[in-house]
Design a binder for this molecule. Structure first.
Ligand code: MOS
Length: 750
């Protein structure tokens, strides 16, 4: 008898293919007569191209084309309509304007990748250069205006009789004010962006890693000037994304347009250096947090202001740094405001809890400072300010067990033995200390669709065009399908990563699981109802003429009138090609509730007294992410998120050279991310409390099929939010030094 796989430790359905090298990533696909493209990028940040010398490149062996800006042969267009605010607002290679250092200015296509790369190195450009705007501090600050996430960029909520946030702060017994800085950070996914474009008539098939395949395909169609139905995007295996593949960049349209122009399949792979300027980054950010509280730590006012960048090539920012500040703590007075400075730098977009992670670093560090100022334990301080309704909207949460995260986390970590006095614990050369922080991430509803097919061989295919960039999304689809149909996971084939499939939820913003699971349950129910209908109507069915109500479906088998048949044997008996059910959702939010995932991080660090070297030695994360579909993949996501937090706190930054607008780091040797030696054993505990609203119950008679998978909520980014602050707070506890400019490098600790 099969047990539901929901919540168990399930190996990824594609795990073996990935670790044995059998999984084909976008750059692995071959096509007959394949040509290879390589980009040439700008060496200035702002100005106009006055000429590109392509003669040497054209004379190089194997070269088929050199497209140089301004190019007219590629046939690329601006993107308009709803996608316009998301994607870059300039057309690659079409004009002579240079908007940032590292922008594509030419593309070589040759017979081999080596020939293309070699010829690209022979392309030279001359420019009419203007001084780039590169300083967040010096350029004028303007209100952030509309954001892509829809979060307001400014809010001012004041208690009756309070004149301003400044007045509320001035009236508070204790005030903490702190300013935070961080440079750009990069996704650093293992697989570089790679595109293969193959035309057949007026149809193009594209292999490329994409987190939102439908939007990637639609954007590509607009860029290359063809109807959306002429573009098929396949994105089956993706070697990490972390936001770099949410929106369409220039690589995919360039490859598709070159393939069309030369009449051969074209593959374009970005170099690691090009990944730093052509696929987005987390914006640089300055934040000021002010907290006003009573002497016993009860908040009276929260103010969170930020200044971030607006690269000239993107129209709207992602989401403001304060995006979760307006949802975390109870306070009668709340002020949040985001400003931007227009800069001549590469486009910034989503990256690993895009602005929630840096925003929480500021708020959660300031909360630690308030704990120190009031002498209230950091966990107790958060409990004293616990919100049961969203401070900005007044709405309740669909499900919130943050209090339990604090309690369970403190117990697992051994928080009670902590010394609150900074720099009070020494072990030889090492100072050590502990810190904690809260995690919060919104659970957005997103449009999605799922198709289930029941087949004659007693297997089911569950299809949805999501992308699995290492998250375990395909396995989630399989587990939920197996659960909803009551059959073993081995009899379910998840089908994802193709725009020919029903449109999947975005694999972004931690929303794919909770968008997809209820639709799988609904499609399964509809498929089973259709199976029963077939059983009582088809001449060849033994139940012909019975009522569907007389039939019971259980674990892949129909029972009724003393007879039982598996769905496959019934389909075979009636000679059916299979049963198909489609479930779709527009992803409308439920206006009665707010939805977030929550967590609590606890951390121990050791800091070398003489060198300032910091080591994270213990880490416990307890997360409230609804029902867990796959314990193994969920824990892995949380561990990965905490590792991002270690990078954020201790290692990652990419400053600009102010005069040239050039990024300081362009390889994984100088852009540092945590390696195994930087990462301790991370203790992750998932509460597993189902969210009764966000994903059901469906409440419409679906109880007969499995509903154990309902109640799930997103967990992709929650590990990244707050983890850097927990580390910084532990560093303060260990050393007495408060570092507000990440990364906390050793020079800041000695
Ligand atoms: Mo996420 S930063 O929406 O990939």
């Amino acid at each position: 008898m099969s047990r539901s796989p929901v919540g168990r430790e399930t190996e990824r359905v594609d795990g073996r293919l990935k670790v044995t090298g059998a999984a084909e990533y976008s750059g692995d696909y071959r096509a007959p007569d394949l040509a290879h493209a390589h980009l040439v990028t700008s060496t200035i940040a702002r100005g106009t191209l006055t000429g590109i010398d392509t003669a040497a490149a054209l004379a190089s062996p194997g070269v088929l084309r050199v497209y140089a800006a301004p190019d007219t042969r590629l046939g690329l267009y601006p993107i308009t309509g709803p996608l316009a605010g998301f994607v870059e607002n300039y057309v690659p290679l079409r004009d002579a304007e240079v908007h940032f250092h590292g922008q594509a200015i030419a593309m070589v296509v040759a017979e081999t990748p080596e020939q293309a790369r070699d010829a690209a190195a022979r392309v030279t450009a001359t420019y009419d250069t203007r001084p780039p705007r590169t300083s967040l501090a010096d350029e004028p600050h303007v209100p952030a205006g509309p954001t892509i996430s829809g979060s307001p960029s400014s809010l001012n909520i004041l208690a009756p009789g309070v004149a301003s946030i400044d007045a509320a702060l001035a009236a508070s017994d204790v005030v903490v004010e702190a300013e935070f800085h961080q440079q750009m950070q990069h996704h650093a996914a293992m697989e570089p962006h790679a595109v293969l474009a193959v035309w057949k008539g007026d149809q193009v098939t594209i292999h490329a890693g994409a987190q939102v395949p439908s939007a990637y395909a639609l954007g590509t169609a607009q860029r290359i000037g063809v109807p959306p139905q002429n573009v098929r995007l396949i994105t089956k295996y993706v070697g990490g994304a972390f936001g770099a593949r949410v929106i369409l960049w220039s690589d995919t349209p360039l490859a598709a347009a070159a393939a069309r122009e030369i009449g051969r399949p074209v593959r374009l792979v970005l170099t690691r250096e090009q990944m730093f300027t052509l696929t987005g980054h987390r914006p640089q950010l300055t934040q000021t947090v002010r907290l006003g509280a009573s002497r016993d730590g009860v908040l009276n006012a929260i103010s969170h202001q930020s200044v971030s960048e607006r690269p000239t090539t993107v129209t709207f920012p992602m989401t403001p740094a304060h995006a979760t500040t307006d949802a975390l703590y109870r306070t009668p007075n709340l002020h949040v405001d985001a400003q931007l400075a227009v800069l001549d730098i590469p486009g910034s977009r989503a990256m690993r809890g895009p602005n929630e992670a840096p925003g929480s670093f500021a708020l959660e560090t300031a909360m630690d400072e308030l704990a120190v100022a009031t002498g209230v334990d950091p966990v107790e301080l958060r409990l004293r300010n616990y919100a049961t309704k969203s401070p900005s909207t007044g709405l309740p949460w669909s499900s919130k067990h943050l209090e339990e995260c604090y309690r369970v986390g403190a117990r697992r970590f051994g928080w009670s033995g902590r010394s609150a006095k900074p720099r009070s614990r020494v072990d030889g050369q090492w100072l050590y200390g502990t810190g904690m922080a809260t995690a919060i991430y919104p659970a957005h509803r997103r449009a999605a669709s799922v198709r289930i097919r029941l087949l004659e061989d007693d297997t089911a295919v569950v299809s949805t065009g999501i992308s699995d960039f290492g998250t375990g999304g395909a396995t989630m689809v399989g587990i939920s399908g197996a659960d909803a149909l009551g059959i073993p996971l081995t009899r379910v084939t998840p089908e994802i990563g193709d725009t020919l499939l029903p449109q999947g939820a975005p694999a972004a913003g931690s929303s794919a699981t909770h968008a997809t699971v209820p639709l799988i349950v609904r499609a399964a129910r509809d498929a089973i109802n259709e199976l029963k209908r077939l059983a009582v109507t088809d001449d060849r069915s033994p139940w012909r003429g019975a009522s569907a109500d007389d039939l019971r479906y259980e674990r892949g088998v129909l029972h009724g009138q003393g007879r039982s048949m598996t769905f496959g044997s019934l389909l075979a008996a009636v000679d059916s090609p299979g049963i198909t059910a489609l479930a779709e959702s527009a992803g409308d939010p439920d206006p009665r509730y707010v939805h977030h995932s929550f967590g609590a991080h606890f951390c121990e660090v050791r800091v070398n007294r003489f060198t300032g070297e910091t080591r994270v030695t213990r880490f416990t994360t307890v997360a409230d992410v609804g029902r867990v579909i796959n314990s193994r993949a969920a824990r892995s996501q949380l561990v990965g998120g905490v590792i991002f937090g270690i990078g954020h706190a201790l290692l990652e930054e990419n400053p600009l050279e102010p005069d040239t607008g050039r990024l300081a780091s362009s390889t994984l040797a100088d852009y540092l991310v945590p390696v195994s030696a930087d990462v301790p054993d991370i203790d992750v505990h998932l509460l597993g409390r189902p969210d009764p609203v966000l994903t059901g119950p469906l409440g419409d008679g679906s109880e007969e099929v499995g509903t154990r998978s309902l109640g799930a909520r997103g967990l992709g980014e929650i590990g990244t939010v707050g983890s850097a602050a927990a580390i910084g707070n532990a560093v303060h506890n260990a050393t007495g030094i408060r570092v507000r400019d990440v990364p906390i490098t050793l020079d800041k600790l000695i």
